[in-house]
Ligand binder design. Structure first.
Ligand code: SF4
Ligand code: SF4
Length: 376
């Protein structure tokens, strides 16, 4: 279970696709964070506390205080926690990196790749691209945390740079690349054709890197290959709106996912009153209901059409599947399958380990941690 604490809806960037920029700035109070952590502490297993925004590093002190409070609870055997921050990177500094190492805070970094792609949407409050400013931040992050993931968003006007951007981020040192589309944008058939070309290029890149035994994770292919190999597990692990994670808005209102924060009709409780289980079940059930358009689709068990957040972002409604998502899945699945087939036929050792060894994620994590310790 994860609790995502939206520390503020303020940001020091003004990305053109951002859904959190609000006229009225609301920042979370310490008391609200403490109440959210107290709720999270009730779980039997270790609970993830994700610091989110806006830009969460604008509230560094609240992160320090929240982690300090969690540590105090742990000492009293009242809960176990692990942490993650999702940041645009502008406020990363030595002090925060040291703190993150000391407290084992996982850092996910948002970046859209090469300058032509990144600066189209990721701009500062004056509208100036932030590519330049982030070069040193990438270096700082990866020098301390060589396996930090990068989160990349692809829009219609950056799709032609998709493969090049992934390669740029890989060459910059990132090994965990999480890519997603800007589903809310207006994608044309022409853009989708470009997307297909980019995925073919990325498949060639994936093939080369895997044959060279370079350990890396490129989300679109990993997820689709896994959905074929571990079909049943994949179905079980897909989006479970409001069950696997709870987003806590800056004012303490609880929502089923980050995309819904601030939208009162999706509220499912408050840190003062707890989770409204009836509401949570209703939202979950509403999202789980089979989508009419998908009922006879051959790849429905491998498709991400149950992501309520994504559907809402694209169509304005949780129950209406995004046509762009549908097109995306139909483009990606055959390319991923052909890629997997090539690697499987050659019994590529890295591919077999990654996708057929249940222990691989754990072994890989241990290996990553050893490398992180060595580099510090
Ligand atoms: S960095 Fe993130 S929160 Fe800030 S404007 Fe960009 S997308 Fe929004
Ligand atoms: S590919 Fe399209 S039709 Fe098939 S399950 Fe996904 S969204 Fe539905």
């Amino acid at each position: 279970m994860h609790y995502t604490l939206h520390l503020t809806n303020q940001c020091n960037m003004a990305c053109t696709y951002c859904y959190v920029n609000k006229d009225q700035v609301i920042s979370m109070e310490r008391e609200t964070a403490v109440k959210a952590v107290n709720m999270a502490a009730e779980a039997k297993n270790s609970t993830g506390i994700i610091f989110f925004g806006g830009e969460p590093l604008m509230q560094k002190n609240l992160i320090y205080e929240t982690v300090e409070y969690c540590t105090w609870l742990e000492k009293k055997h009242r809960g176990r926690f692990h942490y993650k921050v999702t940041t645009n990177g502008l406020l990363l500094d030595e002090a925060f990196m040291e703190f993150s190492l000391q407290e084992h805070i996982f850092i996910a970094f948002s970046h859209d790749g090469i300058r032509e792609a990144h600066d189209k949407h990721r701009v500062d409050n004056k509208g100036k691209g932030t590519f330049e400013k982030l070069a040193g931040k990438i270096e700082l992050l990866l020098s301390k945390r060589p396996y930090a993931p990068v989160l990349m968003v692809v829009s219609p006007d950056t799709v032609e740079f998709y493969a090049e951007s992934v390669q740029y981020l890989y060459q910059s040192g990132f090994r965990y690349l999480i890519c997603s589309l800007n589903y809310a944008a207006a994608w044309t058939d022409r853009d989708l054709k470009k997307l297909k070309i980019q995925y073919e290029k990325l498949a060639a890149f994936y093939l080369d890197r895997t044959r060279a035994e370079n350990k890396f994770y490129l989300s679109p292919f990993e997820v689709k290959i896994s959905s074929h190999i571990n079909g049943k597990t994949y179905i079980r692990e897909r989006c479970e709106l409001g069950k696997k994670q709870i987003s806590v808005g800056p004012d303490g209102t609880l929502f089923p996912c980050v995309q819904f924060v601030g939208e009162k009709e999706f509220a499912m409780g408050h840190v003062d009153t707890g989770i409204n289980e009836k509401r949570r079940e209703a939202l979950y059930g509403f999202n789980e209901a089979e989508k009419e358009d998908c009922s006879r689709c051959a790849i429905k068990s491998r498709c991400n059409h149950h992501c309520g957040c994504l559907n809402k972002q694209a169509t304005g409604s949780m129950e209406k599947v995004s046509p762009v998502l549908c097109a995306h899945e139909r483009i990606l699945v055959p390319i991923a399958d052909r890629l997997a087939e090539k690697l499987y036929q050659k019994r590529n050792p890295l591919f077999i380990q990654k996708h057929y060894n249940d222990m691989y994620p754990l072994l890989s994590l241990i290996e990553d941690q050893k490398t992180t310790h060595k580099s510090n």
